[in-house]
Design a binder for this molecule. Sequence first.
Ligand code: NAP
Length: 281
Amino acid sequence: MAQLIDGKAVAARVRAEVKAEVEKLKAEHGLVPGLTVVRVGEDPASKIYVTGKKKAAEEVGFNSWELHPDDKISQDELLSLVDKLNKDPAVHGILVQLPLPKHIDAERIISAVSPAKDVDGFHPMNAGMLSVGKPAPRPCTPYGVMRLLREVGCDPSGKRAVVVGRSNIVGKPMALMLLAADATVTVCHRKSNLAAEVANADILVAAVGVPELIKGEWIKPGAVVIDVGMNRMPDGKLKGDVEFDKAKERASFITPVPGGVGPMTIAMLMRNTLEAAKASL
Ligand code: NAP
């Protein structure tokens, strides 16, 4: 029977570490990290995410601001708002909450954020820095997964890691981070033979968005299973991408959904914002 990986507890630890460093930064340099979240329009899920991010930012001692233009804002207006934030020395981190309204090209906006303030780690330059192994803000969700692995004593070096999903925000950066940690990495997608690939995984990361796509019987006995999936079911409950009840009988460690990877994303956003502020000194 697998041990559960308590993402809530690890995330609380990360936030406490950030808070302690913020106090030091204030005392030694008079610097308060600042995070601005831009939320365009009234997407209900975005509202929940942004509220969580603001609350975490205040708790760790950041200055935090939310800008909330309505969904009629033009792309040019949003670009000039981002430009203003890029130039504001009190703002160390800028996060433009996705999704954006259809008339706005999200890639244009992401690329307009200064790479130094891109605390989501989505800017193409920061994606490039990750791929060439140089320091830069890392996408928060896979960054959080790396911390969870460390917390359970799972060193990826020499292990076979299988990442299911190849999105720019989770799957691809996850694969690069595991590769940088010396795992042998396989990335799966719609054309992959999932059962065969998953059966080889010492470390499995599922980031798909299909409830229980990964069957418990595919899991290699003793594998560490990280479920990034957050699928809202008709009864309102959240389900992961892995068939949890069966997978936990084979895995050595497994993340629950909710309470696994989810809380780590915001915690690593705090870490990225702190690092951006320190880099501005
Ligand atoms: P995405 O952009 O939709 O990408 C999904 C990936 O899964 C794609 O690469 C797709 O393959 C692959 N896929 C979809 N159906 C598949 C199938 N039947 N077989 C094999 N591969 C399949 O999703 P995402 O943004 O990466 O998010 C993935 C999941 O993580 C979602 O549930 C999301 O809610 C969750 N998430 C959680 C957090 C968190 O904080 N915990 C953060 C971000 C995302 P193709 O490339 O071939 O289409």
